[in-house]
Design a protein around this ligand. Structure first.
Ligand SMILES: [Zn+2]
Length: 506
């Protein structure tokens, strides 16, 4: 029952399909049917045959036709392009061309005659006097070792007036303090005849970071006007990480080159830069800094040099004791240094001790009055303790010698120096370089002959202890500590992480 019903349904459907298929071609007879057959015919053809083969055949001509059509069609479809119409300059006449030609730059190959001077003809009448400008405005610049009056005279100010102006300016600021390169703006006025200098009508320049000066003509004389410029003198503090190079990192953080050099010199006097300072260490610099309200800045000397290596801190502050400015370590300045003395020459071997010995040059046995340190030529010699230079100069067989009187009855002398860098009467500190190893006087080679005196008598240096007291004490120590803490309270103005060198000053 089910199968028959399905079969009957299917048969009926087939009949329907056959009927419609049979009906359609009959209905579409006409142009549409012909078009279908044409399209079928054309698509069956090879329109792009090889034009090298079967030349002259129907197929070849069909290929030639297709190729020509493909070439002609784009040419026909190409948009119409014409040049834009522009005004053409009228051609120059002969005379006008000759006149223009003298002012043009023409290649030599075209017969360029640039720069040709044309002789004046009879038509040219020379003027008796060229007219003068009523006023002249110019800028003069102060050179190295230049004088203020000389600059004005060079600019055309009369000699008398230049000196008068220089006197006037020197009442406001010392002329010697003017920086080379200072720009001076001048206005020179009208003169009665060309045989006299023009009078100065106006003059303005920056005398100092905090002072501008203006001179104006008022009646017959000149009036000086001071223009104070407010200056902020808060020191500049810059911190950063040492990284690969202390110099480069500090420069990148915006520290001026001169301050970095002072910093490195200060740190190197207390630490070995090669082995003690690693990439993780942080530097902390405070430099004198002046910011004028007009935008100019001036960077002064280094005030504080800090180097932080984890918990270990090296803090150096510049301080003046007895007229001598030096770097003092913040941690050690108040402490009395223990006994013993600094080595006069670092890492030197004692080549000859105190006592009787055969003198190699004199040829007999006598008392060797000191200790010889074998050291290379030019090695620095340092004061073993604080004191005053009693003598510095040539001392016979001792060669170049420095004698230092220390705080108590002790004295030291350093002989055979190649060079002395202290002068008699000056104060020296423990570890300060006083000269360099040499071989002057009765000496067989570069070495330091070091003697110690107690109440004027030579003693064995190895038996002496230099008890040294604190460099700073009482009021001075309190001032030192106050200055240090004031500086360390300064905010950080720049660091390698937060500022770029271009936003800081150069
Ligand atoms: Zn000796």
């Amino acid at each position: 029952m089910f199968q028959r019903s399905e079969h009957g349904f299917g048969h009926a459907g087939l009949t329907l399909t056959l009927n419609s298929a049979h009906a359609l071609p009959v209905e579409r007879e006409g142009w549409a049917g012909r078009f279908d057959r044409l399209a079928e015919y054309l698509s069956g053809l090879d329109w792009v045959p090889d034009l090298g083969a079967n030349v002259g055949s129907l197929e070849w001509f069909r290929g030639l036709f297709a190729c020509t059509l493909l070439c002609v069609l784009p040419i026909m479809l190409m948009p119409d392009m014409r040049p834009l119409p522009v005004a053409v300059p009228a051609p120059l006449g002969h005379d006008a061309w000759e006149e223009t030609r003298a002012q043009t730059i023409a290649p030599a190959a075209w017969g360029g005659d640039t720069g040709k001077h044309m002789a004046a003809t009879d038509a040219v009448i020379a003027l008796a006097n060229a007219p003068e400008r009523p006023t002249l405005e110019l800028t003069a610049s102060l050179g190295q070792g230049d004088g203020f009056a000389r600059v004005l005279e060079r600019a055309g100010v009369g000699e008398d007036e230049a000196h008068q102006v220089a006197n006037l300016v020197s009442s406001a600021t010392a002329l010697g303090d003017l920086k080379p390169g200072t720009q001076i703006k001048l206005t020179l006025g009208r003169r009665t005849n060309r045989n006299v200098a023009r009078p100065l009508d106006f003059l303005a320049f920056r005398a100092r970071l905090d002072l501008g000066l203006v001179l104006k003509r008022e009646g017959a004389g000149l009036a000086l006007q001071r223009i104070p410029i407010s200056v902020d003198r808060t020191p500049l503090r810059i911190q950063g990480q040492v990284g690969d190079s202390l110099y480069r990192s500090a420069r990148a953080a915006g520290v001026p080159a001169r301050a970095v050099e002072s910093y490195i010199r200060a740190i190197a006097s207390k630490l070995s830069l090669g082995s003690d300072v690693n990439a993780d260490a942080r530097f902390d610099l405070i430099v004198e800094h002046a910011r004028a309200a007009t935008g100019e800045t001036e960077v002064g000397k280094l005030l504080y040099a800090g180097l932080y290596r984890g918990s270990r801190k090296t803090q150096l502050l510049q301080w003046t004791v007895g007229g001598r400015t030096d770097w003092y370590e913040a941690s050690g300045v108040g402490q009395a240094r223990g006994g013993g003395f600094a080595q006069p020459v670092a890492y030197a071997r004692i080549s000859s001790g105190f006592g009787m010995r055969f003198h190699p040059l004199l040829g007999y046995t006598r008392l060797h009055r000191g200790v010889d340190y074998a050291a290379p030529y030019g090695a620095p010699i340092r004061a073993v303790s604080d004191g005053f230079v009693a003598n510095a100069g040539w001392a016979g067989g001792y060669g170049n010698q420095v004698r230092i009187a220390h705080s108590n009855i002790l004295g030291t002398s350093y002989s055979h120096m190649s060079r002395i860098v202290v002068s008699p009467g000056s104060r020296v500190f423990q570890g300060q370089v006083i000269g360099y190893v040499g071989s002057t006087g009765l000496s067989t080679g570069p070495h330091l002959h070091f003697e110690v005196y107690r109440s004027g008598q030579v003693v064995n240096p190895m038996t002496v202890s230099f008890a040294s007291t604190s460099l700073l004490s009482g009021n001075e120590l309190a001032q030192f500590r106050a200055k240090l803490s004031a500086l360390l309270r300064l905010p950080v103005n720049g660091s390698a992480a937060t500022s770029s060198p271009s936003t800081a000053w150069r």
